[in-house]
Design a protein around this ligand. Structure first.
Ligand code: GLA
Ligand code: ZN
Length: 671
């Protein structure tokens, strides 16, 4: 989907805080910085509807017109993330109840019960007012619904709705008892009315994880309905304007594949921690690109400078915002938007970075950097907007798997799905191998390599798909904690990895959990190309029984020293590697290099370490993003073709040097 013939550049503007003079002045700064889109009025429900059914849109009309006159588009937000005080006090059911049973007070945002009918009625009503009013407005470019959904509510309405949801899913109570395996601990239920919400506060893993899992699914479904409640209204008036909501960087709470089904285009907020590895940021971008099968997405927010909500809010270093912005574009973003355009003078986020700071003018380092970037993006034009990436490596990732794996009591309390997947991602990323993040529903046939880290939960026919993929010639990486449970978290498949035993050519008899300070080792008896003799490993160690697989490496320590921990199985025309432990990163990097070579999957160019290269293409243009993450200059070997660097307008080829933290955006030069 191509949302514009340019890269949208700008961000959240909350003008209900500013007087007319400030707004007029901002318009001049925005033009100067190359801003072409603002998101508003995300938090203005209180001002737009001061009393139930009483609307005041006059001020927003003026703003919309002002932006249109200035040729700045608007991402128009329904203001439904922060309900007005009258709504909370007149209808207390709108306020959410937390896991401890406390009805929350008015004062926060995303503080509403997504199942409250009253909330949904009022939200749909104001969305309708807006849609009717602005459906033909020239500034309207994209819709934005609410903001960063993700509340978990435990109120009586949610309790009742959960029972309805369960009835629909399981039909009768006997089926529910069977699927939740309530016979264990004698937790049998005699009717749906007896189902209580899983409100266990102690982190001692004693609640039945099957119930918790279903509650998380239910919260996603309820939130998706809440989004749809407004989506439907907006689409009625403006069928051609894309509708999205911005996803929070903390993405575990809601199954984002399910949320994505309801959205026209993905929007997400990138707030990396200063300590994040660059691969982790890239990984999150690729998740966003994966949510709609490779469709490009909107970078809805990032901070132009420091955050305020981290414990230590480091300034963005000179050039850092630029680098992070290009990294987003390189991985599939079509927009580069900030929170926020002007820094609030009070409230929760008064110290959050902004394009225009409390200084109030344009004579700041941050403004100059934003302005430079704005001019660069204008020069790049629309070459990459709506473009795709073509990856031959796919990594499977699933939210139900994530939740269930981390809800399980044992074998280790340190289960961390996201960081496990991120390690496998990093192994390919560091070699500039493009990766697609795939849900269980994805078509695997176009890939040469599929990595399935901790494929704990088998559902949606995923094991048959994987088997076919390998049988047809694909290379698979499977790991410990795979093939353990069905979609209700029951271990019903026999020996692990369940139905994947044949493709892996082994079964796992036991799994040892190591203390955090403990390590084991991986040792090759015969050296494989590209590997060292020994690596360290830890966390979990499977005790593996090979059937058809060949052993590649063994443990070095403990009572299972000498037993296999890494194997390969030829299956049909393909092969499956099994890693029974958590190896150090170097092992994964070497494995990635080796199998990419086998599969003839290559980086676009050879480059020095720390240089990130990605390619996005449309039917007609290929755009190459080169980002030097090093604090020193670094080189890329471009070969004989001549490319035009859209940032500097220079033609380049052969050995191409980038300064520290510099970026290049190349397209083939027309010659
Ligand atoms: C989120 C929200 C914004 C703002 C930023 C601050 O992403 O969507 O409204 O609070 O965080 O980093
Ligand atoms: Zn509720």
């Amino acid at each position: 989907m191509k949302i514009a013939d340019k890269i949208f550049y700008g961000g959240d503007y909350n003008p209900d805080q500013w007087d007319n003079e400030t707004i007029r002045q901002d318009m001049i700064y925005f033009k100067e910085a190359g801003i072409n889109l603002v998101t508003l009025p995300v938090f203005s429900w209180a001002k737009l509807e001061p009393d139930e059914g009483v609307y005041d849109f006059g001020w927003l009309d003026e703003l919309m017109n002002l932006f249109a006159e200035n040729d700045i588009s608007v991402c128009l937000a329904t203001p439904t993330v922060a309900q007005p005080a009258w709504l909370s006090s007149r209808y207390p059911e709108v306020l959410p109840v937390d896991i401890a049973g406390r009805r929350r007070t008015h004062g926060m945002r995303v503080f509403f019960c997504y199942n409250s009918l009253k909330y949904r009625q009022r939200a749909a009503a104001i969305a309708e007012e807006m849609a009717k009013r602005y459906q033909n407005h020239p500034a309207l470019a994209v819709w934005h619904v609410a903001n960063e959904y993700g509340t978990y509510c435990y109120c009586p309405i949610c309790q009742a709705q959960f029972r309805v949801w369960l009835r629909k899913r399981y039909g009768n109570i006997d089926n529910l008892n069977e699927k939740w395996n309530t016979a264990f601990w004698g937790r049998t239920l005699y009717s749906f009315e007896e189902v209580m919400l899983p409100t266990e506060l102690n982190d001692d893993y004693r609640f039945n994880p099957a119930i918790q899992l279903d509650y998380m699914r239910f919260v996603t479904d309820s939130t998706a309905e809440c989004f749809e409640n407004e989506y439907r209204v907006l689409k009625k008036y403006t069928p051609d304007i894309p509708v999205q909501t911005n996803m929070s960087g903390y993405i575990k709470k809601l199954d984002q594949f399910k949320m994505a089904e309801k959205m026209d285009i993905i929007g997400w907020d990138n707030y990396p921690w200063p300590t994040d590895d660059r691969s982790f940021i890239a990984f999150k971008h690729d998740i966003m690109r994966g949510l709609k099968n490779g469709q490009s997405y909107m970078l809805m927010e990032q901070s132009p400078n420091q955050q305020n909500w981290q414990p230590y809010n480091k300034l963005k270093r000179p050039g850092e915002v630029r680098l992070l912005s290009y990294q987003a574009l390189a991985h599939g973003a079509d927009t580069c938007l900030f929170f926020q355009m002007r820094q609030s003078i009070g409230g929760q986020e008064k110290f959050h970075g902004a394009v225009i700071s409390h200084a109030g003018h344009n004579d700041t380092r941050v403004f100059r950097e934003i302005k430079q970037l704005g001019h660069e993006l204008a020069a790049i034009g629309d070459a990459c907007v709506g473009a795709y990436s073509s990856s031959k490596v796919g990594i499977l990732m699933d939210w139900n798997n994530w939740w269930a794996l981390e809800l399980a009591s044992g074998p280790s309390k340190d289960m961390n799905y996201l960081s496990t997947v991120a390690k496998y991602y990093r192994a390919f990323y560091e070699q500039n191998i493009s990766i697609d993040i795939l849900g269980y529903g994805a078509d695997l046939s176009g890939y040469k390599i599929i990595v399935a880290p901790m494929l704990y939960m088998l559902k949606d026919n995923i094991s048959a798909k994987i088997e076919k993929f390998v049988n047809d010639g694909g290379i698979l990486i499977l790991t410990t904690m795979s093939g353990l449970v069905d979609e209700n978290d029951r271990c019903v498949f026999g020996a692990y990895p369940g139905p994947l035993r044949d493709v892996a050519g082994l079964w796992v008899e036991e799994t040892d959990a190591l203390f955090p300070h403990e390590k084991n080792g991986i040792e090759f008896s015969e050296l494989l190309p590209g590997f060292d003799k020994r690596y360290s490993c830890g966390f979990l160690c499977d005790l593996i029984r090979l059937t058809t697989a060949e052993p590649l490496a063994t443990y070095t320590d403990d009572f299972y020293a000498g037993k296999v921990c890494f194997s390969r199985n030829h299956y049909g025309a393909g092969k499956a590697y099994y890693i029974g432990t958590e190896p150090e990163q170097a092992f994964l990097n070497n494995l990635a290099a080796e199998i990419c070579q086998q599969a003839k999957v290559q980086a676009p160019f050879q480059a020095d370490e720390g240089v990130e290269i990605t390619v996005r293409h449309t039917e007609t243009v290929e755009t190459i993003f080169i980002i030097n993450h090093n604090s020193a200059s670094a080189c890329v070997q471009l070969g004989n073709n001549v490319y035009n660097n859209r940032i500097t307008a220079e033609d380049v080829s052969g050995r191409f040097e980038l300064a520290a933290y510099d970026v290049a955006v190349l397209v083939r030069a027309n010659r």
